[in-house]
Design a protein around this ligand. Structure first.
Ligand code: KG4
Length: 352
């Protein structure tokens, strides 16, 4: 009896080197091993990701991270049946390091290679936790670089982008507000923590693209840059008046505005599209205000919420291996060995 294919996933689109092994059973995907190395500390003093530093860190981490993931799985390279690697979107240098490693391994092991989409990964990783997805679902992918609403008829062959942020991503807005409030980089988790101590109803910040006039063209789009500016103006006005800034209330009211818009638009999309399962993924899905509000409003709307545990929220190899396993299970044609990386890979393209 042959066992289910073992898929090696490699993720290097930003500052995390993620490697994981997922077994593609006919009726489920099983995570059997994983490892991650992060260069986030090397970027902190610059207040943002420096692509060249990230690329070098991926290069140094690739071998050891691969070995750790294999050890974790109790497997050797010869056991690998297919390789999935992030082909885009992301930073070209970091993506190229991962793609080069994946191609070298695919040639050496003589196994198929799948170049997969980083933004769909967070939508696929839930299959490792919640079982294979139903046919139709809504996916909200929120991170430092993306805020995207996807209608998923099939996680490999049927993804449609319904809307996206027109300016800042949700995580990016949190990082910018974090800087404004004097919190360390990346500010997202710090703003989240501070917000839990404040009153979300203390200040009524604007909800971007929710006015009636925006519903025709931007019902499913997001905008957070006006909100970020409103927070800056509010804080400046207090400081100019010599008043103390209630940091926790500012953080809580800001976080509430972001979560409110994300959840309201997503549930409206589920209702209009007649979809009753919602998957939330991406680094920002660790946000506690979003998790709480989504749970509350999905329950009220009769929508089943699938939101992965925190360890799957940041960039990791498991999401890429999970997407690779979904491609293998469907018998999708592998990518060519001259697979390019695409920093702005369209979301409708799940595999290249
Ligand atoms: O997907 P991800 O790991 O990578 C990028 O897209 O960069 O997302 C990281 C983003 C950062 O902006 C980070 O500040 C934000 O997600 N983030 C959070 C929380 N955890 C991570 N934002 C708010 N609350 C959190 N708990």
């Amino acid at each position: 009896m042959t066992s289910a294919p073992l898929v090696l996933g490699i993720e290097t689109s930003c500052d995390e080197t993620g490697v994981a092994l997922v077994r593609a059973h006919p009726d489920r995907s099983e995570l059997v091993g994983e490892a991650v190395a992060s260069s986030v500390d090397e970027h902190a003093r610059f207040g943002g990701i420096i692509p060249e530093i990230a690329s070098r860190a991926h290069l140094e981490a690739m071998g050891p991270t691969l070995r750790r993931a294999l050890e974790d799985a109790g497997a050797s390279l010869e056991d690998v049946d297919a390789i999935a690697v992030t082909a885009g979107p992301g930073l070209v240098g970091p993506l190229t390091v991962g793609a080069s490693a994946a191609k070298a391994l695919a040639v050496a092991l003589d196994v198929p290679l799948y170049g997969v989409n980083h933004v769909i990964g967070p939508a696929a990783v839930g299959e490792l936790v919640h079982g294979l997805f139903p046919v139709r679902l809504m996916a909200l992918v929120v991170s430092g670089g993306h805020t995207t609403l996807l209608r998923v008829e099939d996680v490999v062959t049927g993804v449609t982008e319904l809307g996206s942020t027109l300016d800042d991503a949700a995580g990016e807005a949190f990082d910018k507000v974090g800087r404004l409030l004097g919190l360390p980089y990346p500010g997202g988790p710090h703003v989240d923590r501070l917000a839990r101590e404040g009153d979300p109803r203390a200040i009524r910040f604007p909800r971007g693209l929710t006015a009636a006039k925006d519903q025709e063209r931007h019902a499913y789009d997001f905008s957070f840059s006006g909100l970020k500016t409103a927070v800056a103006r509010w804080v400046e006005a207090r400081e100019d008046a010599g008043e103390e800034v209630p940091l926790a209330d500012v953080a809580a009211s800001f976080a509430d505005a972001v979560a409110d818009v994300l959840v309201a638009k997503t549930i409206a999309a589920c209702e209009r599209e007649g979809i009753d399962t919602l998957v939330v993924g991406g680094g920002f899905s660790a946000n506690s205000q979003l998790r709480e509000l989504a749970a509350e409003r999905c329950a009220a709307a009769g929508v089943t919420l699938r939101i992965p545990p925190l360890r799957f929220c940041t960039d990791n190899g498991a999401m890429i291996a999970a997407l690779g396993a979904a491609a293998v299970r469907r018998g999708v044609a592998p990518s060519p060995l001259e697979l390019p990386v695409d920093s702005s890979m369209p979301l409708e393209l799940v595999t290249l």
